[in-house]
Design a protein around this ligand. Structure first.
Ligand code: PMP
Length: 375
């Protein structure tokens, strides 16, 4: 058996999730937008239950959960949607970081070509932004939107989201965060983070199915929704934010995965921390001075390790490891290119070319990690 340590790329659907989904692929095939007959009503009810479970996990209201095909779509929808809807009122300046996922970076580049101004914030050696930079920008050149990744997908570093959200709330600036990697690994509640006006995530990072995710679009104190221009126009599903017949089986799977994630959150976070320590010890013992860890030890997503195998080509290393351990060089979405995240953190091309990412799941066992001792 190959040990799967690429859980930041995707995770295996849990058996309970698969079982919950199966009826909605066959017998229960109704369209939740139809009315009166039981297939439609069943679909409607189960979508509602799933929406409630996702809202519960994130700590927002169910009405704020908009189902999309995943975080790529959510990032595109929110950034383009805010830019289009508010630029006349709030100007054309967008702020993001150099270490975002391509779904944010490429969307920002697209908007730059359309005439928007984008500031790409520098990061420190661990990939975190400096809150002072945000303060300065808000004071001197207040942006239309700030979009900052919560936890980095390559090195796991957490950005100071509470501080950014507070600053944005105080200054009435739209703030979006890509929370894809922190779901199920960081305990948070959007109820305490009113300044986070938009959030993106995907189901398949928490043992749910692929092709389903959420754009959280907050409502104000009077329960009035925040308007944005939709990415997809059509039948007005999802309150008009995202048209298209709902993928009920995927939504059910996401709902089940969200419920399981929420129920087990403290245990899973603790377990990921223990597994990370175990793996760190095993790697240190086995490889000693031949490896360097690029990630920080604190304020990070537990279970993501970025390891530089000094002087070893990472593609070759991954290939040689493949019969025993499945890992990646970083983001599966930009494979082939040297990591822009490590580059922004100040690493040389040689260091980047010898780095791999190992990412754990709460389903990984300490026993399985012993495979490294046999290499
Ligand atoms: N943002 C981050 C931080 C991610 O890690 C990913 C998945 N690699 C995405 C966005 C995109 O998610 P999806 O492929 O599910 O659309």
């Amino acid at each position: 058996m190959v040990l799967y340590l690429d859980n930041s790329a995707t995770t295996q659907v849990l058996p309970e999730v698969k079982d919950a989904m199966l009826p909605y692929l066959f017998e229960e095939f109704g369209n939740p937008s139809s009315k009166f007959y039981s297939l439609a009503e069943n679909a409607k009810n189960v979508v509602k239950e799933s929406r409630d479970a996702v809202a519960q996990l994130l700590g927002c209201t169910s009405k704020e959960v908009i189902f999309t095909s995943g975080a790529t779509e959510s990032n595109n929808m929110i950034i383009k949607g805010v830019a289009d809807y508010y630029s006349e009122e709030r100007g054309n300046h967008i702020v993001t970081t150099k270490t975002e996922h391509p779904a944010v970076l490429e969307t920002c580049k697209y908007l730059e070509n359309k005439g928007f101004r984008v500031t790409y914030l520098d990061v420190d050696q661990y990939g975190r932004i400096n809150i002072k930079d945000i303060e300065d920008i808000i004071k001197n050149d207040p942006p239309l939107l700030i979009s900052i990744i919560w936890g980095n997908n390559e090195v796991g570093s957490l950005n100071p989201i509470t501080e950014i959200a507070t600053l944005c709330e105080e200054n009435d600036i739209f703030f979006h965060t890509d929370a894809t990697q922190v779901i199920g690994k960081v305990d948070f509640n959007l109820d305490d983070l009113r300044g986070v006006r938009f959030l993106s995530c995907s189901s398949h990072k928490v043992h749910g199915p692929k092709g389903i995710g959420t754009a959280v679009i907050r409502r104000d104190e009077l329960d009035i929704p925040t308007k944005i221009t939709p990415l997809l126009h059509g039948g007005s599903q999802e309150d008009g934010y995202r048209s298209g017949t709902l993928a009920v089986h995927n939504i059910v799977g996401f709902g089940k995965a969200a419920k399981l994630t929420n129920d087990n959150l403290p245990n899973n976070i603790e377990r990921l921390g223990e597994l990370e320590n175990e793996l760190t010890n095993i790697l240190n013992k086995k490889f000693g001075h031949n490896i360097v860890f690029n990630h920080d030890y604190k304020d990070k997503i537990p279970g993501i390790l970025s390891v530089n195998f000094k002087g070893v080509n990472n593609e070759l290393l991954m290939k040689n490891l493949a019969p025993y351990v499945a890992v990646s060089t970083g983001s599966a979405c930009s494979s082939g290119k040297p990591s822009h995240v490590l580059e922004a953190m100040g690493y040389s091309i040689d260091e980047i070319r010898s780095t791999i990412r190992l990412s754990l799941s709460p389903t990984t066992t300490k026993e399985e990690l012993k495979v490294f001792n046999q290499l």
